[in-house]
Write a new protein. Sequence first.
Length: 208
Amino acid sequence: MERPQELQDFLDIALPAMQARAVGAQSRASLAWIAKAAATPAAPGAAPASQPVVERVLEPALDRPVEQADLAALLAALRALAPRLCWRRRSGDATAGPGFEDGHANAMLLGPGGIEDRRDLWIGLSLLAPGIRYPDHQHAPEETYLVLSPGDFWQEDGDWFQPGVGGSFYNPPNIQHAMKAGDEPLLALWALRPEREAASHKPRLAAP
């Protein structure tokens, strides 16, 4: 199975960047497993598709200067990969902020409905327009984020926090969590390991 070169180039930069910034043993172990599994390509999946928010704010998010060399390379690789991405919207609820429907999009790179359609791992992106609040949600797979822009994040029983550009954090299985953009677009990369909890949990909401 041959993988598109733009996708391979992105993974070659993104996965080491995530592993280098992982906080805690659970996150590091999850990402090590994901990186090993991702080394084997899978069948092609979804065709490229855009959303209105992508046309408005992806370029500003990718153009934002970053000091870390690997993150700058990651954003450049994402720019090259962008024409292959299939962006989708998810449903909101009472916890979603105003404008959520037209102010967000998610793209799956590896995973269900992704560039590679597979079930063993999920790697994807979330994009929020300025001022947009993502709804509270939860899912069975454990998850690690790499944050590529300013933004605020929340985990249940905690306060909102700002990882900062290049910041990383871990969501245990089934924890409630959310995110919101401030004055700039929010761009975040996430990686989930579904297999670990698949035997005992059923996802309640779609990732991220």
